[in-house]
Design a binder for this molecule. Structure first.
Ligand code: GDP
Length: 297
């Protein structure tokens, strides 16, 4: 389960803190050193950990904490609050255009991150909110990806627009929007091609789509299991094409949690949803406070 090992380590630190009646500054420093180690072992970004510990330390050695009746509890509360802040405090919703204007959502990410699956999961969420989504197969390099989108779209009861693999993604996207207008769709989700690694062609293709089509939301899909690679990928995509948010997949299999804890702090962009399994219903809205509770127990 997500965060298991981090959670266990932090709970041990907290048990020691709770056990103490009074706390000296040295007690706090020792406890925060252990928190720091636990976060680094969880593969949280080094700079993020450094800032996090500094903020907690500054707040924790304050007069009101040290002189309180339960200083240990106070320190734990501060760690909790700062962890929520790290992940962006508030839940961020995917934005839609006002009225019945078509919202175009561009899905991007590396191959295998879970983009196609997540695209279908999102379509299901939108449908249950009363939207009329259209899925668009813009991955022309892997015929299997088009087929996979069609199968998943079918399962969700959401139509899939495809033009095979002989057209440029930007032209497929344009045609899809025309189709959406004619058929009263108000959300168009473009499933684009991923590569094994970030390369110029992939980025240029995404840039071309964004230059020619009014994309309202650009959502990056990253795999939690890849840890800091997921964070680096988020940073690169954000710098190259600009993203509005991230969906982090495979959190169900990620016992460390480093990517989930770092992405917001490194990119400034929120995590919108978390993929919690392979089934099309396994997509959860990302709540920073609930995530922190899950980690801290
Ligand atoms: P794409 O290449 O980015 O389009 O990736 P796919 O959507 O084909 O997903 C790659 C694999 O990851 C598939 O086997 C999916 O079932 C699996 N997958 C996607 N999201 C999740 C998730 O949240 N949890 C788990 N356990 N597996 C997932």
């Amino acid at each position: 389960m997500a965060f298991d090992s981090l959670s266990e380590k932090l709970q041990n630190v907290f048990k020691n803190l709770r056990g103490k009646g009074r706390l000296s500054e040295a007690d706090v420093t020792t406890a925060l050193k252990e928190v720091k180690m636990a976060l680094l072992e969880a593969d949280v970004n080094f700079k993020v950990v450094k800032n996090f510990i500094k903020t907690v330390q500054e707040r924790a050695v304050g007069q009101d904490v040290m002189s309180s009746l339960t200083p240990g509890q106070m320190v734990i509360k501060i760690v909790n609050e700062e962890m929520v802040n790290l992940m962006g405090s508030e839940t961020t919703e995917i934005a839609f255009k006002a009225g019945n204007d078509i919202t175009v959502i561009l899905m991007c990410g590396l191959q295998g991150a879970g983009k196609t699956t997540t695209t279908a999961k999102l379509a299901g969420k939108f449908k249950s909110k009363g939207k009329k989504p259209l899925l668009v197969a813009c991955d022309i390099y892997r015929p299997a990806a088009i087929e996979q989108l069609k199968i998943n779209g079918d399962k969700q009861g959401v139509p899939v627009f495809s033009m095979g693999d002989k057209h440029k993604p930007v032209n497929i996207a344009k045609a899809a929007i025309e189709h959406a207008v004619k058929n009263n769709h108000n959300v168009v989700i473009l499933d684009t091609a991923g590569r094994l690694h970030i390369d110029e062609d992939m980025m240029n293709e995404l840039i071309e789509i964004k230059e020619n089509i009014e994309v309202f939301q650009t959502i990056l899909v990253v795999d939690a299991m890849t840890g800091q690679d997921a964070v680096n990928v988020s940073e690169m995509f954000n710098n190259k094409i600009g993203i509005d948010g991230v969906i982090i997949t495979k959190l169900d299999g990620d016992t460390r949690g480093g990517a989930a804890l770092s992405i917001r702090a490194v990119t400034g962009k929120p995590i919108l949803y978390a993929g919690m399994g392979e089934k099309l219903t396994d997509l959860e809205q990302f709540y920073p406070d609930r995530m922190a509770s899950r980690i801290l127990g």
